[in-house]
Ligand binder design. Structure first.
Ligand code: GA4
Length: 278
């Protein structure tokens, strides 16, 4: 709770800086400050954000130079939070491995613990949008629908609604806000590693008219050179992989060329293996 409260306060200090100051930390490359634009392929949303590398050595120094007075407080608050959320996530994926009878039980956590783990951290700020009321109950997209590419995403938000997940029948369901909980999302890589047993669920965020939403998300990914394929210990006898083998680098490169809402796993499905699609 303490890490979260401190980081939320620091994040709001940053997002409340004049636009011209924040812009000095952008545009994202993909790390840095972004406003409305998401990724490099034309996606837009009612959101501003800071995308950071989780490696304390490189936690996007560029983005921190805007804090002329106290960049080190922001930096250490971010790093403390990341270290804590990472530790928790290692345990969570070990419990998932136990549940799926994956052996060894660190088969997933070792990828996140690896010093070359390709993980990132995102601070999102969804400013209130008073004009929304005039739109008469229409939805305004804060962050468009997508699945997360990595292994696992751990999201924490303030007490505002907006997050929704997409069910199999394509209906959207709101996730009730709970600032004492983490929301854990399975990423595309984990869907592949579990051969579809766990699914990377599509989600989105809708803007609110009155309150500003702050969320912080740790995206735990494997090293770039890691081969992503179903884990042998979880496969049933004779079970075949639903996916072609690829490295995380290949997947990530293809993901960053895609649009936010694209079904990215489609490119890597085995065409003969039956219906793995969404
Ligand atoms: C979605 C999950 C993470 O926020 C993210 C996003 C990334 C970005 O904002 O730069 C992407 C998006 C995310 C998926 C497809 C590509 C890349 C924007 C986009 C259009 C940081 C990530 O890793 O993938």
């Amino acid at each position: 709770m303490e890490f979260f409260t401190r980081l939320e306060a620091e994040a709001l200090k940053f997002f409340n800086l004049p636009q011209s100051d924040k812009d000095k930390a952008g545009p994202p490359d993909p790390f840095g400050y972004g406003f409305k634009k998401i990724g490099s392929n034309g996606d837009v949303g009612w959101v501003e954000y800071l995308l950071l590398n989780t490696n304390p050595q490189i936690t996007s120094l560029k983005s921190l130079t805007v804090f002329r007075e106290t960049p080190e407080i922001f930096r250490s608050t971010v790093n403390d939070y990341i270290q804590a959320v990472k530790r928790m996530t290692f345990e969570v994926v070990e419990l998932m491995a136990d549940g799926l009878k994956i052996e060894p039980r660190d088969a997933l956590s070792r990828l996140l613990r690896d010093e070359k783990s390709d993980s990132c951290f995102r601070l999102n700020h969804y400013p209130p949008c008073p004009e929304l009321q005039a739109l008469g109950g229409r939805n305004l997209i804060g962050f468009g629908e997508h699945t997360d590419p990595q292994i696992i995403s751990v999201l924490r938000s303030n007490n505002t609604s907006g997050l929704q997940i997409c069910l199999r029948d394509k209906t959207w369901v709101s996730v009730p806000p709970d600032q004492t909980s983490f929301f854990i999302n399975v990423g595309d890589a984990l869907q592949v590693m579990t051969n579809g047993r766990l699914r990377s669920v599509r989600h989105r965020v809708l803007a609110e008219s009155m309150r500003s939403r702050v969320s912080m998300i740790y995206f735990g990914g494997p090293p770039l050179s890691e081969k992503i394929a179903p884990l042998a210990s979880l496969m049933a006898k004779g079970e075949e992989s639903l996916y072609e083998e690829f490295t995380w680098w290949e997947y990530k490169t293809s993901a960053y060329k895609s649009r936010l809402g694209d079904y990215r796993l489609g490119l890597f499905e085995k065409k003969t293996g039956g219906a793995a699609g969404q």
